[in-house]
Design a protein around this ligand. Structure first.
Ligand SMILES: C[S@@+](CC[C@H](N)C(=O)[O-])C[C@H]1O[C@@H](n2cnc3c(N)ncnc32)[C@H](O)[C@@H]1O
Length: 192
């Protein structure tokens, strides 16, 4: 995953790994509410605002975190606030048809590969959910191994229209595993 962001100063900003658990991203500042993790900052992401200044990270990573928080929209708005202009948000979460999505009783949300469209241009008329705006860099769906070997993962990721068809008609049979998004924060440079 790339990190092409505006100014030289912004490129030197740190990476924040929220809900880092014991798999903190190399070189990142880790945040978790559980002190028995590799967190550098122990904080609860259900409490707002998060304990960092505006525009202070070049990348925010939320790997298997978003399904645990109380308020998805508000949490992503906080990520937007923390990111420098053009900073990147990386999110991974189980697809709602994966075994783990409903198996884990700590999961509050069960998402599909279009669930973050409300922050982008393709908001289906629901842009009023939030003022935070992101540009989609990539959306990648991982499928269960059998379907990957049969070529369905390639089709789902290669053709957006096929992904939509898959979400509507096929995903209860050709089940998803993980959704991975990379989004770019759309916001003015500070002071402009
Ligand atoms: C499924 S684990 C994922 C850990 C790690 N990102 C990984 O991929 O291995 C979810 C993590 O999010 C943390 N978490 C869940 N809800 C949280 C919250 N409201 N505030 C802070 N951390 C939270 C949990 O403590 C846990 O470490």
């Amino acid at each position: 995953m790339s990190a092409s962001i505006g100014t030289v100063a912004a490129r030197q900003l740190p990476v924040l790994d929220v809900g880092c658990g014991i798999n903190k991203y190399l070189g990142a500042i880790g945040l978790d509410r559980n002190p028995n993790t590799h967190a550098d900052v122990v904080a609860d992401l259900d409490q707002f605002p998060f304990p960092f200044a505006d525009n202070s990270f070049r990348q925010v990573r939320a790997i298997h975190l978003i399904e645990h928080v109380a308020d998805v929209i508000r949490t992503i708005e906080e990520f937007h606030r923390l990111l420098a202009p053009s900073g990147r948000l990386v999110i991974a979460t189980p697809h709602y048809t994966d075994f783990s999505s409903f198996c884990d009783p700590t999961h509050r949300w069960h998402l599909n590969s279009f669930s973050l469209r409300y922050f982008g241009d393709d908001n289906a008329g629901y842009g009023y959910y939030s003022r935070a705006r992101f540009r989609e860099i990539s959306t990648h769906v991982r499928l269960l191994a059998l379907w990957r070997y049969l070529g369905f993962e390639f089709l789902v990721n290669r053709f957006r229209r096929f992904r939509r068809f898959w979400e509507f008609y096929l995903c209860y049979i050709i089940r998803g595993k993980v959704i991975e998004w990379e989004l770019e924060a759309v916001k003015p440079e500070p002071g402009r």
